[in-house]
Ligand binder design. Structure first.
Ligand SMILES: Cc1cc2nc3c(=O)[nH]c(=O)nc-3n(C[C@H](O)[C@H](O)[C@H](O)COP(=O)(O)OP(=O)(O)OC[C@H]3O[C@@H](n4cnc5c(N)ncnc54)[C@H](O)[C@@H]3O)c2cc1C
Length: 448
């Protein structure tokens, strides 16, 4: 395998793909994913993607994002995201993304804590529509090499400068690979939770590596619990019931069949109300009704949710379903600046792995696809203007034993994947608890 690229992108979700599409065609790019290409959280996004509806919407979009984030958001990042949103959507449409329309005009839906309709969608599989389109465009690029089942286990670092990554290849080999710049687009941390809507292989690897190398991280305890996932005792990923169903009129009921919360409050507030109600009712779930949704064919608007609930034995057009909160999103992450630069030279981070402060203490629904795209593009543009062609050429030519000595690497550390992953997970939990200052803050949700 080649030992050196211009840019290595770790992750093939929306952040990774958009970064690749905004790097020049002259750049030799390696993109890796530790799973298959379709196995990223980007594929799972149901509800939609926010956009500044019109110029008059700016103050309201800004305020909704800040209020949901408990005013802990970085204002500069929120401003950048909102002002870039229409351009990003125009690009997506140019790439071939098909958003819902009526008579040729884009349709806008609404989710919790939004004071107006400003979310574009494609049925209830918006993430799949966007990500599969972006992946197809990336795959057309002759300068991008994609490798699946290939895991970054560490970086090549010297004096707070990132020179590349160490890869665990599909055949079990460990390979150091150099680059001028590295972009982390590794997604969230749901995989370290017992109950999460995320893919289980998303285990915050970039965070574990950051903690090891002293790369700055931020808000490690800012974890969003989604109020409504389908309650089941079956093992595996929790199935999300998108907030857009409540945006369209679905309501929550307690054991007595009474409403107990305004369903359109921010996620953390609704989650807390559900937890309180579950404790009061001595029940492991509350119920969600689609029957209150008016003037809409539920099967047509939410085909994916309809099918999945049917598989579990519930017909959402006829009956309520049991729902329970589960880990969903990570607002914290690897600290980055407005150009998605981490605290380590030549290392960038974008998407859910990073923390640029857009979401503050709690993410506003449908802001994350947008934020991932906006700040992935910024990383790519920064690299384009600051890249040092030929950097690391000499080091990449060294034999592996010399590379190990130079970077003080002990390959034995990664030989046993199970032990390695367990150690990473423990380190992340330790940091989450330390920041939360609360040993019991692990948000484990018990089944049954
Ligand atoms: C069920 C669900 C519904 C959602 N709905 C919405 C929505 O409606 N609107 C919205 O805005 N957001 C939504 N989100 C959130 C949004 O989907 C994610 O925040 C966003 O897609 C993250 O994109 P990303 O590119 O940062 O990461 P991901 O799409 O998760 O991609 C991460 C990539 O990194 C790879 N990777 C990770 N670690 C390594 C490693 N060590 N080595 C190699 N590869 C690695 C993974 O294999 C994967 O390819 C939802 C999330 C979920 C789970």
């Amino acid at each position: 395998m080649k030992r050196i690229y211009d840019v290595i992108i770790v992750g093939c979700g929306v952040a990774g793909c958009f970064a690749a599409l905004h790097l020049p065609e002259s750049a030799d790019i390696l993109m890796i994913t530790k799973a298959e290409l379709e196995e990223s959280d980007s594929f799972l996004a149901q509800g939609g993607i926010c956009v500044l509806h019109d110029a008059a919407d700016y103050d309201s979009f800004f305020e909704d994002t800040m209020r949901a984030g408990h005013y802990e958001n970085r204002k500069e990042s929120v401003d950048i995201m909102i002002r870039s949103s229409r351009n990003v959507i125009d690009q997506l449409i140019d790439y071939g993304v098909d958003f819902a329309r009526e008579n040729g005009e884009l349709l806008y839906t609404r989710e919790g804590a939004h004071s107006r309709n400003r979310i574009l969608y494609h049925e209830d599989i918006t993430g799949k529509e966007i990500t599969s389109t972006l992946l197809a465009r990336v795959q057309e690029k002759p300068n991008v090499t994609m490798m699946t089942q290939t895991e970054m286990v560490d970086i090549l670092e010297k004096d707070n400068q990132c020179d590349g990554v160490i890869l665990h290849m599909a055949d079990g080999r460990l390979e150091p690979v150099f680059a001028q710049d590295v972009i982390w687009a590794c997604g969230g941390i749901g995989g370290i939770y017992e109950h999460s809507t995320n893919f289980p292989h998303l285990t915050g690897d970039a965070l574990a590596i950051s903690l090891k190398h002293g790369i700055e991280v931020e808000h490690m305890d800012y974890v969003q619990i989604h109020p409504t996932t389908l309650y089941t005792c079956r093992p595996g990923r929790s199935f999300l019931i998108s907030e857009s169903v409540r945006g369209e009129g679905a309501v929550l009921y307690n054991k007595q069949g009474e409403r107990f919360v305004d369903e359109l409050l921010p996620r953390d507030v609704v989650t807390e109300a559900i937890h309180r109600q579950m404790a009061k009712d001595h029940m492991p779930y509350v119920r969600l009704s689609f029957l209150t949704i008016k003037d809409m064919d539920i099967r047509e608007r939410f085909p994916n949710i309809y099918e999945r609930c049917l598989e579990e034995g519930y017909d959402i057009t006829k009956e309520t379903i049991p729902v329970v909160p589960a880990q969903h999103y990570f607002m914290g992450g690897v600290w980055v600046d407005r150009d998605s630069r981490t605290s380590m030279t030549h290392l960038y981070a974008a998407g859910e792995t990073s923390c640029n402060g857009v979401h503050g203490a709690n993410r506003l629904a449908s802001n994350s696809l947008l934020e991932s795209l906006v700040f992935a593009e910024r990383a790519a543009r920064h690299i384009q203007t600051h890249s040092l062609k030929g950097r690391n050429q000499l080091r990449a030519a060294m034999d592996v034993s010399k590379i190990q000595t130079y970077y003080n690497i002990d390959m034995n550390e990664y030989e046993n994947p199970e032990m390695y992953h367990l150690r990473c997970k423990e380190n992340i939990w330790e940091e989450i608890r330390r920041e939360a200052g609360n040993e019991s803050n692990n948000n484990q949700i018990k089944c049954g």
